[in-house]
Design a protein around this ligand. Structure first.
Ligand code: ATP
Ligand code: MG
Length: 456
């Protein structure tokens, strides 16, 4: 964080400083006593299952220099008393960001947020110091905590904004005030929180509210919600990208090829010119992610060469469509990190680009609400359309995918019987076999990956 004083913090969070330590220097704020560094200000958050105000004594013992609280507490430390500590956290994050003033990118979407964020960070690292969201710190607590990590040397901030409920992105984007913002896509995920797909698209569209009058929006022109979003952007400069090569757009990919490692190469065509791009992370969907990352970063000062070099320098993330050659004949695509309809379809697209026998092992996609069965059926249908040869499903909902696919494979209630069936079906094959394993986080499909690896 930037070095500041307790009185500066009190002013920014609209709080009342109790105690006589106004000039005390502060260079970090912490909401967690387990990781609090000596000298940090402890901010006591309240959640449904905990109350940070109960840990003030622990924070003091850990070396906290002051406390931001909304309840009466007994402590010898200086206290900044506020109405709501979560709002104080947001206000402080926004104040730190305003002070450091990095060029800022904000990214939301149903899938690909973290990937696009990592791409942007890799590209901008060719130009200067970048602060990016760590992991998935993308909610109304994680976003301000990320902004608190800003330091004077940061020239760029790349922020991932996620949403579990309506209004969450409106809140975080208002704190972040991005220079450029995008919705990578809107698909069936977290439907339980939003009611419908349109609900998801609407919640995501809140991100554009944070753009100032010079702000730029980057819109997925292939999305069924492109017009809906553009309708909300009449006063805002807008750039488009076409991840599926369906429409003419400002940012498009030509001459796409896919390597044996599943990584795509293509010609990026955009208003700044053209350049050949080689990706190092597998999956055809990453062509679209690269297009949006290019649009975002070129907007804050990157060059086409920075885009090319940054993308080439990217490292693969575990559990995200990792392609492993298990034997001469068998290739495993491990995409067990998570799943929703869009990401399963994207993975199927990549699987279908391999020659030989294509096998999909699918666990349940969670959080799809009342229409969960329908969405699983859609995936079964898509697999069939795309020439997948075997579909093995495990869990409960994914049975609907198997039912529609209705060819080789089947539905299984446990790993052992699924593996036995796969072995029986596939051992007799004399051709190359590509096996994609995917499912929601809670489906724990990595167990299947481990079992396949152990048995080959
Ligand atoms: P989370 O909601 O967990 O934060 P995220 O939006 O950050 O997810 P990533 O972590 O980048 O998304 O990717 C998650 C999954 O989505 C991966 O399995 C990946 O294969 C798939 N995916 C990534 N980008 C896209 C895309 N543009 N379209 C469809 N699927 C994608
Ligand atoms: Mg993420």
């Amino acid at each position: 964080m930037i070095t500041t004083t307790l009185s500066w913090i009190a002013e920014k969070v609209n709080g009342k400083l109790v105690g006589t330590a106004a000039d005390t220097e502060v260079c970090s704020v912490s909401t967690d006593t387990r990781t609090l560094e000596a000298g940090a200000v402890y901010l006591a958050l309240k959640g449904p299952n905990f109350n940070g105000h109960d840990f003030v004594e622990t924070a003091e013992k850990a070396g906290a220099s002051a406390v931001i609280a909304s309840e009466e507490i007994v402590t010898s430390l200086p206290v900044i008393l506020v109405k709501d500590t979560k709002e104080a956290l947001g206000a402080l994050g926004a104040a730190v960001k305003a002070q450091v003033a990095p060029k800022t990118i904000a990214i939301t979407g149903s899938s690909g947020k973290t990937t696009v964020k990592e791409m942007c960070a890799a590209i901008l690292a060719r130009r200067g110091n970048v602060l990016a969201t760590k992991g998935n710190f993308n909610n109304d607590i994680g976003v301000p905590l990320t902004m608190l990590r800003l330091e004077p040397q940061h020239e760029y901030a790349v922020m991932e904004l996620g949403a579990n409920h309506l209004g969450e992105i409106a809140y975080t984007t208002d704190l972040v005030k991005p220079d450029v913002a995008t919705i990578v896509n809107a698909a069936a995920s977290h439907l339980e929180g939003f009611g419908s797909l349109l609900g998801v698209a609407r919640a995501k569209s809140e991100i554009f509210k944070g753009l100032g009058s010079d702000g730029v929006a980057v819109v997925n022109i292939d999305s069924q919600f492109a017009e809906f979003w553009q309708g909300k952007l009449k006063q805002t400069k807008t750039l488009t990208f076409s991840p599926e090569q369906k429409n003419d757009a400002d940012f498009k990919a030509q001459d796409i090829t896919i390597g044996l490692d599943g990584c795509a190469a293509f010609q990026l065509v955009c208003p700044q010119g053209e350049i050949a791009i080689q990706l190092t992370i597998p999956g055809i969907h990453n062509v679209g992610n690269a297009l949006v990352a290019a649009a975002l970063t070129l907007q804050v000062g990157a060059t086409l060469e920075n885009v090319r070099d940054g993308l080439l320098a990217m490292k693969q993330v575990s559990g995200r469509l990792n392609v492993k050659q298990l034997t001469e004949q068998v290739r495993l695509l491990d995409d067990t990190y998570n799943a929703n309809v869009a990401s399963v379809n994207a993975a199927i697209d990549t699987l279908s680009s391999f020659s030989g026998i294509r096998v999909l092992v699918l666990g349940d996609m969670k959080e799809l609400g009342e229409q969960a069965r329908f969405y699983h059926e859609q995936v079964g249908e898509y697999a069939k359309q795309k020439g997948i040869n075997h579909l093995y499903t495990m869990g409960v909902l994914s049975q609907s995918a198997s039912a529609v696919f209705n060819e080789n494979g089947g539905h299984f209630s446990d790993i052992e019987s699924l593996l036995t069936a796969m072995e029986n079906d596939l051992l007799v094959q004399q051709r190359d076999i590509s096996i994609l394993v995917k499912g929601s986080r809670s489906s724990k499909m990595e167990r299947v990956v481990e079992a396949i690896e152990a048995s080959t």
